[in-house]
Write a new protein. Structure first.
Length: 87
């Protein structure tokens, strides 16, 4: 037997459903800062230099996102277990 469930929801509703934190403010600030920096790029060489400078930030951003997800999952598991952290 195969059962398919389709859920039609917004990204915000999906985050709430999965117990993930709302990072929309952090994302807005990040996108705004990237856009401001990109407005100052006037040549391909400058763009390449800027992209190389951003590369380390990409790894930091990934780790930050992972910590958000892990924190949300830990909070959800604590909520589901009545406030007791899972081992």
């Amino acid at each position: 037997m195969k059962i398919t469930i389709e859920i039609d929801c917004t990204p915000e509703e999906a985050r709430n459903l999965m117990g993930l934190p709302d990072v929309s403010q952090a994302n807005s600030i990040y996108v705004e800062n990237i856009a401001k920096a990109m407005r100052g790029v006037s040549s391909p060489d400058q763009l390449q230099e800027y992209a190389q400078a951003l590369a380390p930030m990409g790894q930091v951003g990934l780790k930050l996102f992972q910590s958000f997800v892990e924190g949300g999952m830990k909070a959800a598991s604590m909520r589901d277990s009545g406030g007791k952290a899972d081992s």
